[in-house]
Ligand binder design. Structure first.
Ligand code: SF4
Length: 408
């Protein structure tokens, strides 16, 4: 959806992406669309619907990647099951994993997996580059290339599950209804102990500037017959695209996070320039109106700590005042700034961050300080892409070979 105005994106909408050989990637398509394609390919309507249901289950529940192995040849001639190409993958000493991915038309974007004691969070990108130029954000220095398709968005989740090795193997109970040509049962179903438990739409791009594709991808992630991740475990982070926020709550229903980062007009205008279009009052009112927000499902305000910019005691008190004025069920995440080459800001001191956090806590609002993760692997969003651009083709090829060997 295009939103008029000076700092709007130039979305490139794409539904399905035929490959060079003409085959269509099934990942990212809803069941109904798969059924239509099967019908066009020659199945009668009833068979197409049944087969689409079966294939959908195999794609998203089993993580099937090889269509030729399990389907009639005529389907394998027409369709593929895609995954984003991995250009580079990195492992931090703290367990954080980061991947630089590439679309079929050669555009690079990133995803990050952050393991914790009680959860594993995948940070997913929605666009290649970004238009919004948030001044603390490395991705914001890159031009927007295009929106990611639903397949490229849900493909990140599929790829992460591949890499974490957590697809269940075929079970006995749920395969009886599948056709002989679909059954590839090697037994031993186990879906316990998921590693990937949470998703945050917080990678490259502004998800509400690619609303339709993000919604369609997240519906596949939430589908009970598919990846089956609860909406309560998915958070969409926006820099403040006010006109789309209610729609997000109504049509997707996931948790909301807002890149707030400042509590005065002047400072937010500088740090998060979309503030010049949708000001603080409008943004906070949209938060107050967000469908489904409650004390059990609080809105998260992201607040990056920038030395001598947004980190004073007065800023902390103003943050509390604003949250109370708008009666927001909110928590605040304080994020120590992770500098990148060319950044114009520095991170606030530990003592300053601690004091800021105390003031917000004293105001009755949770404000934990986030532990920086993956600093040894350029974990600031957008950094991996820059690092890869500095590498020679030979280095990248070698890393890709190592990665393939590691994946077996
Ligand atoms: S913080 Fe998000 S919206 Fe802002 S420039 Fe970075 S990727 Fe874009």
């Amino acid at each position: 959806m295009q939103i008029p105005g000076l700092i709007d994106p130039v979305p490139v909408a794409r539904d399905i992406t035929p490959r060079e050989d003409g085959r269509v990637d099934l990942i990212g398509l809803p069941r109904q669309r798969i059924a239509e394609l099967f019908e066009t390919a020659g199945l009668d309507a009833k068979a197409a619907k049944l087969r689409a249901k079966q294939v959908f289950h195999w794609l998203y529940h089993r993580g099937m990647t090889d269509i030729a192995k399990t389907m009639r040849p005529w389907l394998a001639e027409r369709f593929v099951i895609g995954r984003p190409e991995i250009v580079l993958s990195q492992h931090s000493s703290d367990g954080t994993r980061k991947w630089l991915l590439k679309t079929a038309d050669d555009h690079e974007y990133e995803m990050v997996f952050i393991p914790d004691a009680d959860r594993g969070t995948l940070c997913v990108s929605s666009q290649v580059g970004c238009t919004l130029n948030c001044r603390f954000c490395h991705t914001g220095t890159m031009r927007l290339v295009r929106n990611l398709t639903p397949g490229e968005i849900v493909g990140q989740v599929m790829l992460a599950r591949d890499a974490l090795g957590e697809w269940p193997k075929a079970g006995q109970a749920d395969l009886s209804a599948l056709g002989d040509d679909l059954v590839d049962d090697d037994g031993g179903y186990s879906s316990d102990g998921r590693l990937l438990t949470n998703i945050v739409m917080m990678g490259m791009g502004e998800p509400l500037y690619n609303f339709d594709n993000v919604r369609d991808a997240l519906k596949l992630v939430m589908d009970g017959d598919g990846l089956a991740l609860s909406k309560r475990r998915i958070t969409l982070s926006t820099s403040g695209v006010v006109p789309m926020m209610a729609k997000c709550g109504e049509e997707i229903g996931v948790n909301l996070a807002v890149s707030l980062h400042a509590v005065t007009k002047d400072i937010r205008d500088e740090i998060v320039p979309i503030n010049r279009k949708y000001g603080l009052e409008e943004l906070l009112q949209a938060c107050a109106d967000y469908p489904g927000a409650s004390n059990a499902r609080r809105i998260t305000f992201e607040y990056v700590m920038l030395k001598d910019k947004n980190d004073s005691d007065e800023h902390a008190r103003e943050l509390v005042r604003l949250i109370k004025q708008y009666k927001l069920p909110a928590k605040v995440n304080l994020i120590p700034f992770n500098p990148w080459p060319g950044a114009i800001y520095e991170c606030s001191s530990q003592e300053r961050i601690r004091r800021f956090s105390e003031i917000v806590f004293e105001g009755g609002i949770s404000a934990p300080v986030r532990t920086p993760r993956g600093r040894d692997i350029d974990a600031a969003c957008g950094q991996l892409k820059t690092a890869a651009q500095k590498m020679s083709r030979a280095e990248l090829d070698r890393l890709a070979e190592e990665k393939q060997a590691a994946l077996g």
